[in-house]
Design a protein around this ligand. Structure first.
Ligand code: AMP
Ligand code: ZN
Ligand code: FE
Ligand code: FE
Length: 285
C-alpha cells in the first residue's frame, strides 16, 4: 500500500531536519507523499518541493496555523496553498512581526526571573531563517544551563499560566480557513484530540467549524487511539468532511516519533490524499 504523511515540520519552524533532508528521509522510508506543514510559515516549501521533484517524492505545500477558536488555541492545517499567494505572504509576515515582539517580551520576563537570554541565543537555538517558537526558547534556556531538560522550560517559565508566558498573536479559525481557501487550499482541523475535549464536545467543535468552511479533519494521528480514529472517521463521513492523517514529525524535537509511522502504529494510506486532490479538482499522481 502506498503510504503518506500529511503533517511534518522542518527547520523552517521547530523540526530538526531541513526541508530537503525531510524529502530525502521520506523517500528513504518509502513514503510516496508528504505535506510540509510548518508552524505559521511557508518558507521551507520551495526547497522541499524542489528536492521532492528531484527524487520522485510528492510534496504538498502546506502550513499549520495556530488559530484562536473563541479564546482557545486550535491548529488548522492548510494543504495545497499557493506559496506564491501575496495575501497569504503578507499575513504571514504580520505574524512574524508579532512573534518578534512577543519574543522580546518573553526575554524581558525571563531576565526578571533570573534567566537572562539574548536574542542571539534564540537565533542560534532556532537556526538562521527559522520562525522562533517557544520550543527554541526552551532550547536556549537549556543551552545556557538554566534548566536540566526542555520540559522544565514549560513547567517553570514559558508554559501557559507560568510567569514568563506571553500569549501569541493568532488569527481566528474563521480567518485561517478563509486565508487558506483564498490561497487555493483546503483547511483541516489538526489533532482534534489534543484540545482536552471529550468526543461529543469535539464533534460539536467540528460541526461549528464545518459551518465556517472547514474541509477536513486529521483523523489519523500519532497519539490517536483506534477508537479516536474510528470516531473521527465517522464524524467526517456524517458531515461530508475529508479525513486526513499525519504524524506531526519534528525530528529529534519529538523523540521516538518517526515520520510516517508516528509511535509505530500509524499508517496513512495514499487514498486520503487522493480524496483531497479530487476535492480540489487536481489530477491524481
Ligand atoms: P509557540 O508557537 O511559540 O507558542 O510554541 C509552540 C511550540 O512549543 C510547540 O510547537 C512545541 O514545539 C513547543 N511546546 C509547547 N508546549 C510544550 C510543552 N508543554 N512541552 C514541550 N514543548 C512544548
Ligand atoms: Zn511544532
Ligand atoms: Fe499542532
Ligand atoms: Fe504540528
Amino acid at each position: 500500500m502506498k503510504l503518506i504523511d500529511l503533517h511534518v515540520h522542518s527547520t523552517a519552524s521547530d523540526g530538526t531536519l531541513t526541508p530537503s533532508e525531510l524529502a530525502v528521509y521520506a523517500h528513504t522510508k518509502g513514503l510516496s507523499a508528504i505535506a510540509l506543514t510548518d508552524h505559521d510559515t511557508i518558507s521551507g516549501i520551495e526547497e522541499c518541493m524542489q528536492k521532492g521533484h528531484e527524487i520522485g517524492l510528492t510534496v504538498i505545500p502546506g502550513i499549520e496555523f495556530s488559530a484562536d477558536h473563541y479564546g482557545k488555541e486550535v491548529h488548522i492545517l492548510g494543504y495545497y496553498i499557493n506559496p506564491k499567494d501575496e495575501t497569504l505572504s503578507a499575513q504571514l509576515e504580520d505574524l512574524i512581526v508579532a512573534r518578534s515582539k512577543r519574543n522580546e517580551m518573553v526575554l524581558q520576563k525571563l531576565s526578571e526571573v533570573g534567566c537572562p537570554l539574548e536574542l542571539e541565543d534564540l537565533i542560534s537555538a532556532a537556526g538562521k531563517d527559522a520562525v522562533i517558537t517557544r520550543a527554541h526558547i526552551a532550547k536556549a534556556l537549556l543551552n545556557k544551563g538554566y534548566i536540566k531538560e526542555r520540559s522544565e522550560a514549560f513547567s517553570k517559565y514559558i508554559g501557559e499560566g507560568k510567569p514568563c508566558f506571553v500569549p501569541k498573536a493568532r488569527f481566528t479559525t474563521n480567518q485561517c480557513i478563509k486565508l487558506i481557501h483564498q490561497a487555493g487550499g483546503v483547511a483541516v482541523l489538526a489533532h482534534p484530540m489534543l484540545y482536552g475535549y471529550n468526543r461529543s464536545e469535539i464533534t460539536q467543535l467540528i460541526k461549528g467549524m464545518k459551518a465556517a468552511g472547514l474541509d477536513g479533519v486529521e483523523c489519523l494521528y500519532s497519539t490517536h487511539t483506534k477508537e479516536d480514529t474510528h470516531h473521527l472517521l465517522q464524524v467526517c463521513s456524517h458531515l461530508n468532511l475529508l479525513p486526513t492523517g499525519g504524524s506531526d514529525f519534528h525530528g529529534t524535537n519529538k523523540p521516538n516519533l518517526d515520520l510516517g509511522c508516528g509511535y509505530g502504529q500509524l499508517a496513512i494510506p495514499f487514498k486520503l490524499l487522493a480524496s483531497i486532490q479530487q476535492h480540489l479538482g487536481l489530477s491524481l499522481r
